[in-house]
Design a protein around this ligand. Structure first.
Ligand code: FAD
Length: 466
C-alpha cells in the first residue's frame, strides 16, 4: 500500500547518535523524520546513562571530599540523605536536557514519531505507534538504535534486587550490602555512588584487573582509594550462580576468591550488546553480525548504499562522543559533503572517584604489540595543586614516539582526569611533540600543569620534581 509519510532522511533511534544526525541533516536542508520508541529523546546517554550517572557521581564525590577537610580543621556531621529529593534532582537534570532536545527538533522541523520501528524494505520502515502502524518511505536511513545491557542466562534478572545500570540509576533504595558484578567503568561508577550513600560494596571481576583495557598503573590510583572504602574487590573471580531467597540474593563465587555471600542488591554490569537484531534489518538487506553489530565503512555506510549506521550498534567503543561524531559524518555524507570518520583517538573516561582517563596508545597495547615508546610520568604527589586539594593519589603519563617525539598516548588518574584528557587528545590530533607540550606555558598551580611537566620529564628538561 501507499506510505503514510514520505521523507528524505529517516533516523531510527534518538540517542546521541540519532538526534545529532537528525539535527545535522536538517541543518543541511534535508527533510528528516526521527523515530524513537521512548517518550523522551536522548537515548541511553541522556535518560539512563552518561547524564544521570554523572549527576549522582558529582554528589557522591562531594560527599567523600568533605571528609578530607578534617586536615584543614573543618568537620561535618554525617550527611542526611533524602533519597526522594536526590532522585528528583537527578531527574530534573535529565528533563532539562531531553526537553531541550525536543525544542531543538521542533525548531529544525524534524518530525519525531514515537514508536518502535522495523524495516520493511530498503526504502520503507514501519513504526508501531500508539495510534497504529505508520509506514514511512525514505531516500536514506540512518540506523542509530544503540545497545542494551547484557543479561547472564540463569541469573534471576526478573527479581528487582538484581539490577542493571538503569535500575541502579533509578535509586530505589540504599542497600546495606551490594554486589557489583563486573569491574568495568559502569560498575565502578555505580559503586562510587552507592558507597558514598552508605552501602557496603563488594566488586567481582572475571579478569585480573579492574577496568580492563586501562593501564594498570592508572587503575592502581583508583584501587588505592576504593580498597579502603569497599569491603572486597575480588579479581579473577566468577559469579557461578545468583539465587534469590527471602534473605537476599546469594552469590556463589569461583576462582581466586571462592565462597558465597548474600546481598540485599546485586548490580550486573558485564557489558552491553548492540540492538541490531531488533530492527528487522534483513528486510532492507542490511547485514547484521551474530552479536547484533552492523558493519559500516568510514562514511558510516552499511552494505546497502542508502542506509547508514552510527553509535553503539556499529561497534568500537560504546561512547556517546563517538556516536555524535559518527552522526555528523553520516548526515554530511547524505547531504553530499566529503565527510569521513577518521579520528586518531576516541578518549575513554571512568568517572569514578578518582577519575581515570586515557587516550591514544596505552602502555598495555604498546607492550603487547611491540610498539616502541618513550614515557614521561608526573606523579601528583609532586603537584602543589594536588596536595592543596588533598588528592595526591593521581598521576599523569604521556607516551611519545622515540623517533619523532610526537605524542602517541596519555593516561591520567585523579580528580578531573576526564576534563584534563581533552588537552592530550588535541595534542595527538595536532601532532604535537614533547617540546610543543613541555614548552606550552600551563597555568600554575593547576592539575593541567602535570601534562606539561610529564612532557618535560620525557624530554629530560626537568630532572627533579618540583
Ligand atoms: P542509544 O543512546 O542507545 O540510543 C538508541 C535509541 O534508539 C534509544 O533511545 C532506543 O530507545 C532507540 N531505539 C532502539 N531501537 C528502536 C526501534 N526499533 N524503534 C525506535 N527506537 C528504537 N558514554 C559516554 O560517552 N560517557 C559516559 O559517561 C557514559 N556513561 C554511561 C553510563 C551508563 C550507565 C550507560 C549504560 C552508558 C553510558 N555511556 C557513556 C554510553 C552511552 O550512553 C552510549 O554510548 C550512547 O548512548 C550510545 O548512543 P547511541 O545513539 O548509539 O544509542
Amino acid at each position: 500500500g501507499p506510505a503514510d509519510l514520505v521523507t528524505e532522511v529517516v533516523i531510527l533511534g534518538a540517542g546521541p547518535g540519532g538526534y545529532t544526525a537528525a539535527f545535522r541533516a536538517a541543518d543541511l536542508g534535508k527533510k528528516v523524520v526521527l523515530i524513537e520508541r521512548y517518550e523522551t529523546l536522548g537515548g541511553v546517554c541522556l535518560n539512563v546513562g552518561c547524564i544521570p550517572s554523572k549527576a549522582l557521581l558529582h554528589t557522591a564525590v562531594i560527599m567523600e571530599e568533605v571528609k578530607t577537610l578534617g586536615v584543614m580543621g573543618v568537620t561535618y556531621a554525617a550527611p542526611e540523605v533524602d533519597l526522594d529529593q536526590m532522585r528528583a534532582g537527578k531527574n530534573q537534570v535529565v528533563a532539562k536536557l531531553t526537553g531541550g532536545l525536543a525544542a531543538m527538533a521542533k525548531q529544525r522541523k524534524v518530525q519525531v514519531i514515537q514508536g518502535s520501528g522495523r524495516f520493511e524494505s530498503p526504502n520503507r520502515i514501519g513504526v508501531e505507534t500508539k495510534e497504529g502502524r505508520v509506514r514511512i518511505q525514505f531516500d536514506q536511513a540512518i540506523i542509530a538504535c544503540g545497545s542494551s545491557s547484557i543479561k547472564i542466562p540463569g541469573f534471576p534478572h526478573e527479581d528487582p534486587r538484581v539490577m542493571d545500570s538503569t535500575d541502579a540509576l533509578a535509586l530505589a533504595d540504599v542497600p546495606e550490602r551490594m554486589l557489583i558484578v563486573g569491574g568495568g567503568i559502569i560498575g565502578l561508577e555505580m559503586a562510587s555512588v552507592y558507597s558514598a550513600l552508605g552501602s557496603k560494596i563488594d566488586v567481582v571481576e572475571f579478569k585480573d584487573q579492574l577496568m580492563p583495557g586501562c593501564d594498570l598503573d592508572l587503575v592502581r590510583c583508583v584501587e588505592k582509594i576504593i580498597k579502603k572504602r569497599y569491603d572486597r574487590i575480588m579479581l579473577e573471580t566468577k559469579v557461578a550462580s545468583l539465587s534469590a531467597s527471602a534473605e537476599g540474593i546469594k552469590a556463589v563465587f569461583e576462582g581466586k576468591h571462592p565462597g558465597e555471600s548474600t546481598y540485599d542488591k546485586v548490580l550486573v554490569a558485564v557489558g552491553r550488546l548492540p540492538n541490531g537484531k531488533l530492527i528487522n534489518a534483513e528486510a532492507a538487506g542490511v547485514k547484521v553480525d551474530q552479536h547484533g553489530f552492523i558493519k559500516v565503512d568510514q562514511h558510516m555506510r552499511t552494505n546497502v548504499p542508502n542506509i547508514f549506521a552510527i553509535g553503539d550498534v556499529v561497534g568500537g567503543p560504546m561512547l556517546a562522543h563517538k556516536a555524535t561524531h559518527e552522526a555528523k559524518v553520516a548526515a554530511e555524507v547524505i547531504a553530499g559533503l566529503p565527510a569521513l570518520f577518521d579520528p586518531l583517538t576516541i578518549p575513554s573516561v571512568a568517572y569514578t572517584d578518582p577519575e581515570v582517563a586515557w587516550m591514544g596508545l596505552t602502555e598495555t597495547k604498546a607492550k603487547a604489540d611491540g610498539i616502541p615508546y618513550e614515557k614521561g610520568v608526573f606523579p601528583w604527589a609532586a603537584s602543589g595543586r594536588a596536595l592543596g586539594i588533598h588528592r595526591d593519589e593521581g598521576m599523569t603519563k604521556l607516551l611519545f614516539d622515540p623517533e619523532t617525539k610526537r605524542i602517541l598516548g596519555a593516561g591520567i588518574a585523579g580528580p578531573n582526569a576526564g576534563e584534563l584528557i581533552g588537552e592530550a587528545v588535541l595534542a595527538l590530533e595536532m601532532g604535537a611533540d614533547m617540546e610543543d607540550i613541555g614548552l606550552t606555558i600551563h597555568p600554575h598551580p593547576t592539575l593541567c600543569e602535570t601534562i606539561g611537566l610529564a612532557a618535560e620529564m620525557a624530554h629530560g628538561s626537568i630532572t627533579d620534581l618540583i
